[in-house]
Design a protein around this ligand. Structure first.
Ligand SMILES: Nc1ncnc2c1ncn2[C@@H]1O[C@H](COP(=O)(O)OP(=O)(O)OP(=O)(O)O)[C@@H](O)[C@H]1O
Ligand SMILES: *[C@@H]1O[C@H](CO)[C@@H](O)[C@H](O)[C@H]1NC(C)=O
Ligand SMILES: *[C@@H]1O[C@H](CO)[C@@H](O)[C@H](O)[C@H]1NC(C)=O
Ligand SMILES: *[C@@H]1O[C@H](CO)[C@@H](O)[C@H](O)[C@H]1NC(C)=O
Ligand SMILES: *[C@@H]1O[C@H](CO)[C@@H](O)[C@H](O)[C@H]1NC(C)=O
Length: 441
């Protein structure tokens, strides 16, 4: 910021005594000052103009519109009654608003939740074309549609947004289809229109598909129209690399039962569990291509949750993304997902070379277990061994020792946890809360 000023003063000193020169130097300083003030003003105005929308007034206005449309019968959902009639959803504050994407904190029957929608208005979502044909459904009713059509459309949408082939082994829609056939229940226009708006939000679709399969994504608790509620979590911070702040979670009075010292190895263990899940438990491997603390959060029981899934891809989509023309390896880097350039074909390999674990070791574990953050503990034998293991993990790329490295990290972290508490604590909570019904046919 001060460099131009120093430059101007320097040139003024160089032509000492020459009046014109001094005056021009003064002019430069003045000009610089004016433009500095102007730029700052611009930033100020910009910040005010654009953050102004993330206000309580704006949020309440948006929720009011949702409720108006609920009362008109345009949209519906298992959250609507609590939000619009019985007043059991209490708005807390706006968390994020940009390009129409709205994220708010609220409290639902005393439970802290986050309300989200990719677009603020219901009408901004594409209408379900099925709804234009009154006689479309097998049931034939004016306001009701065949559940099988719903499954068909929902499956197509999921396939598109996740890049999965439905004909093959995406078992979930098939399950839904089965249940639908059995239930015989018909769906109202409002229900289908709401479901359709939700399915157009990649994040919702993604979370919805993974809900039943893993504990490491945010739980969807309910929805009303295009807004869906997920559990409130403590997100990691870019400026606070080594720890997630559990204080944020204590909207409720129960204090955290973990000390900071205990937390790090426990959270690290949960990261390892998550990685293992994502690699093995779905019909396709799940790749996380944007790994940084802000994109993960923890629950009170210290399970790690992936909260930003915009950059998470299943294997088929990953291959599609990686297969690019290239001249050298650096053309084959897609954020944290990298492959190699085959110089004979000038094509990037479709198989990812590094792994979720490697990037987590590099970007999250290494800072956590670095000597500077560990302080006096850094010299302890267990810590030294852990640092070495993390380093090895951060440097591995398609290494055949992958499993060994993972095992070693597991063992060391478990030892650390036991050392801290004197005894191993029982497994983490897998308690089920409410079951969200928008897609539970
Ligand atoms: N479940 C949650 N609990 C608490 N805070 C959350 C939760 N989900 C999102 N947030 C916060 O809301 C903000 C915006 O959320 P989100 O990550 O969905 O939007 P985003 O900023 O568009 O993501 P990105 O731009 O990185 O793709 C973030 O600052 C995040 O910390
Ligand atoms: C949402 O709807 C309101 C009222 O109908 C309108 O004023 C606003 O511009 C709309 N916003 C977007 C992003 O379309
Ligand atoms: C899909 O599952 C069937 C068994 O249900 C199996 O035979 C087939 O190989 C699987 N296909 C893929 C692509 O995994
Ligand atoms: C990639 O290269 C092939 C030929 O090697 C060419 O036909 C194709 O258009 C290229 N694609 C892009 C996106 O540049
Ligand atoms: C790789 O190619 C890009 C342009 O495609 C170039 O900017 C970069 O310097 C190259 N890197 C190496 C190591 O040759």
């Amino acid at each position: 910021m001060w460099r131009p000023l120093r430059g101007a003063l320097g040139s003024a000193r160089r032509c000492l005594g020459v009046k014109v020169c001094r005056r021009s130097a003064l002019l430069v300083v003045l000009l610089w000052l004016v433009s500095w003030i102007f730029l700052n003003g611009l930033v100020f105005v910009h910040r005010n103009m654009f953050s102004d929308f993330c206000t309580d007034d704006k949020s309440k206005e948006i929720l009011q519109r949702v409720c108006d449309e609920y009362h008109q019968g345009v949209l519906t959902g298992d959250l609507c009654d609590d939000l619009c009639v019985s007043g059991q959803v209490e708005y807390k504050r706006c968390l994020y608003y940009e390009n129409g994407k709205k994220v708010m904190a609220a409290s639902w029957r005393g439970l802290p939740v986050v309300l989200k929608s990719k677009l603020e208005n219901f009408s901004s979502y594409e209408a379900l074309s099925l709804l234009d044909y009154p006689d479309g459904g097998a049931g034939g009713g004016e306001d009701e549609l065949s559940p099988l059509d719903v499954v068909f459309y929902a499956t197509l949408e999921i396939k598109n947004s996740l890049g999965l082939e439905t004909g093959n082994n995406l078992t979930l829609p098939r399950l839904w289809g089965q249940r639908l056939k059995e239930s015989e229940r018909m769906y109202s226009r409002a229900e289908l229109a709401s479901l359709w708006a939700l399915l157009q939000q990649e994040e919702y679709t993604f979370l919805r598909v993974l809900q039943d399969l893993t504990n490491h994504v945010a739980k969807i608790l309910g929805s009303c129209g295009h807004f869906y509620a997920v559990e409130y979590l403590a997100a990691g911070h870019a400026w606070d690399q080594h720890i997630f702040s559990l204080d944020e979670l204590t909207l409720s009075p129960s204090p955290s039962t973990f000390s900071v010292k205990e937390m790090v190895p426990r959270v690290a263990l949960s990261f390892l569990e998550m990685v293992e899940h994502f690699e093995n438990d779905f019909s396709h491997r799940l790749h996380l291509c944007d790994i940084k603390p802000e994109n993960f959060a923890i629950r009170k029981d210290l399970t790690v949750v992936a909260i930003d899934v915009d950059m998470a891809f299943f294997e088929p989509k990953m291959r599609e993304i990686l297969e690019q023309n290239c001249t050298n390896d650096s053309d084959c880097n897609f954020f944290d997902c990298i492959s190699k350039c085959d110089k004979t074909k000038n094509r990037c390999g479709s198989k990812r070379r590094n792994s979720n674990l490697q990037v987590i070791c590099e970007k999250i574990f290494r800072p956590w277990f670095s000597p500077t953050l560990l302080g006096a503990k850094a010299g302890l034998p267990l810590q030294v061994e852990l640092q070495r293991a993390v380093q090895e993990c951060a440097e591995m790329e398609d290494s055949e020792h992958r499993q060994d490295i993972r095992q070693q990290l597991y063992a060391l972290l478990r030892e650390l946890v036991q050392e801290d508490t004197g005894h191993p604590r029982g497994g983490q909570e897998h308690k089920r809360r409410r079951v969200h019904t928008a897609l539970n046919f």
